[in-house]
Each structure stands twice: as structure tokens, then as C-alpha cells.
Ligand binder design. Structure first.
Ligand code: 48F
Length: 263
């Protein structure tokens, strides 16, 4: 049954499909080389991306899931309240996230609000995203400097063995960031190649872990900066559980490190 009155512009399926394919390809082509490539779109990766892109650098985040934000949506224990300890509430203020101080130095925000504002900050700063894209390996150059990553579509992993032989592609960059959380996938890949050593994160102790993560955030191997929970896994630091101040501040410090290396 034809519509009585046409509200929408006269655009058909062909143009829509071409718009998606052309625009995706244009961006992918441009971001095969970047200034900074971040693996993992959780709170630490998003903070780092926003900080680096704000300075006019070309930043790509590779994320294996369809959604961005990692553990930041949920907060803890399947309950979508996000806690931060001071002074990280200053970052919530900068992002425009409303929060309450529930006891001295402890702040609570709504996960969806905090997460969506952080994603928006990264987008506004100019970060581009390759989602449903999984880190597979590192690209190494002279003196084993990390110079890029090898990636594949995430769904390729779910294909039956007979048809899963899909070769990945490489993306080159000036600085790679491991922001893959507890998994520390990039550092572990270097470990597999005998170039790094991870220790696995330690038992929970929030009053030690958050400060230690900030102290250890930085370049872990030439060309590779580590932020967020990946820092904890790399150096065997205690975990901090369902609180996110160190993730935000580690991302901010990681951005400073990347910017200084890009100079
Ligand atoms: O886990 P995640 O939120 O890491 P984070 O930024 O923050 C950790 C906290 O959420 C929480 C905590 C402290 O508060 O203990 O866990 O350090 O985000 C990591 C992101 O990396 C993606 C993953 O899907 C998630 O969005 N990721 C992990 N492995 C890969 C990956 C991979 N191999 N390729 C691409 N993305």
C-alpha cells in the first residue's frame, strides 16, 4: 500500500548501500596509517583516545565488540552505578557527567550516562572506531619496535573451521596502546614472542591498586603504551574491582605519554 504523503527524501536502496560502502572504505583507507592506534574501547582507551585526538592527532580505536565502553557501562556486580574515588570526580565534571558524593572522597554516577558522555567526548575529539575488529598480532620493525597491529573481523572467529581461513590485515601506526583490560592482549602477544613478561593481576586492594596503576602507566616496550587494567596484568599489580578513577586517570596519563612520544 503506497504512503498517502511522502515525508522522506526520494533516496533508494542502491544509494544507501553505496553510501555505507563508500564512506566505510574511505575511512578505512585513511586509517590504515595513524598517529595512535588503541586496542580496546573501554574507559582507559576512550580517555586516552580523546586526549590524543584533541591535539589534532589521527587516532583509531580497534574494538572487538560491537559496543564501546568495556566495563564502564555496568560499574560492578551487574549494577549499573559507577564509582570513582577522588580526585577522579574532576574528570566526571569535565565530561559533564552528573554524580553524587556518597561519602567523603567517594562519588557515584549512572553507568550509561558516564559511559555515553565518555564515548561522545572521544567522538567529538575526532577519534575513529573499527568495531567488531579483533587484535590478532603485532607488527614489529627495526629493534622490535611495535609499529602496528594485525586485525581481523571478530565474527571470523565464530566461523566453522572449514571456512575460517580468513587472512587478517595490518594497520600501521606511530604508537600502539594496549587498553584491553584484564586480558592485556598486546603485551601478551609480545610475551609469546619472548619480548615481554606479564605477571597477571594481583588480589583486590583498592587503596594500593589505583595509585600503582597510575605510577606504572606508560611505555612498556618501544612503540607500545599500556593503560588501564592492562597495566595491572602486565606488572602484577593488585586489582581495584568495581571502581573506575584509575581507568580515567590512567587514560589521561597515557595520552600525555603518547603525545610526548609523537613529538
Ligand atoms: O575491560 P575494559 O573496560 O578495560 P579498561 O579500560 O577498564 C577496566 C574496567 O572496566 C574494570 C576494572 C577497573 O575498574 O577492573 O574491568 O582497562 O575494556 C577493554 C576493552 O578492550 C576490548 C574489550 O572488548 C573491551 O571493550 N578488547 C579486549 N581484547 C581485545 C579487545 C582484542 N583482542 N581486540 C580488540 N578489542
Amino acid at each position: 500500500m503506497p504512503a498517502k504523503k511522502k515525508i522522506f527524501a526520494p533516496v533508494g536502496e542502491t544509494e544507501i548501500t553505496r553510501a555505507i560502502v563508500d564512506e566505510f572504505t574511505k575511512q578505512f583507507h585513511e586509517y590504515v596509517e595513524s598517529d595512535c592506534l588503541i586496542v580496546g574501547g573501554g574507559p582507559s582507551g576512550l580517555m586516552l583516545g580523546a586526549g590524543v585526538a584533541k591535539e589534532g592527532k589521527k587516532v583509531l580505536i580497534v574494538e572487538r565488540n560491537n559496543y564501546l565502553g568495556g566495563g564502564f557501562w555496568l560499574g560492578g556486580y551487574l549494577m549499573n552505578k559507577v564509582t570513582v574515588r577522588g580526585p577522579a570526580q574532576e574528570i566526571l565534571s569535565e565530561l559533564g557527567v552528573p554524580f553524587d558524593e556518597v561519602s567523603q572522597g567517594l562519588y557515584v554516577a549512572d553507568g550509561p550516562h558516564a559511559c555515553s558522555k565518555l564515548i561522545a567526548a572521544a567522538c567529538d575529539a575526532g577519534v575513529k572506531f573499527a568495531n567488531m575488529t579483533i587484535f590478532d598480532d603485532v607488527v614489529l620493525r627495526e629493534n622490535n619496535r611495535v609499529a602496528g597491529v594485525v586485525v581481523n573481523w571478530t565474527p571470523v572467529q565464530a566461523l566453522p573451521r572449514q571456512i575460517s581461513c580468513v587472512d587478517p590485515v595490518a594497520l600501521e601506526t606511530k604508537m600502539v596502546v594496549d587498553a584491553t583490560g584484564h586480558d592485556a592482549c598486546v603485551v601478551k602477544k609480545l610475551e609469546e614472542r619472548g619480548l615481554a613478561k606479564t605477571s597477571g593481576f594481583g588480589a583486590m586492594w583498592v587503596e594500593q591498586s589505583e595509585d600503582l596503576i597510575i605510577e606504572h602507566t606508560g611505555e612498556a616496550h618501544p612503540g607500545l603504551v599500556v593503560v588501564g587494567m592492562a597495566v595491572s596484568t602486565t606488572y602484577g599489580l593488585p586489582r581495584m574491582g568495581p571502581t573506575f578513577g584509575a581507568m580515567l586517570l590512567s587514560g589521561k596519563r597515557g595520552a600525555e605519554t603518547v603525545l610526548s612520544k609523537l613529538e
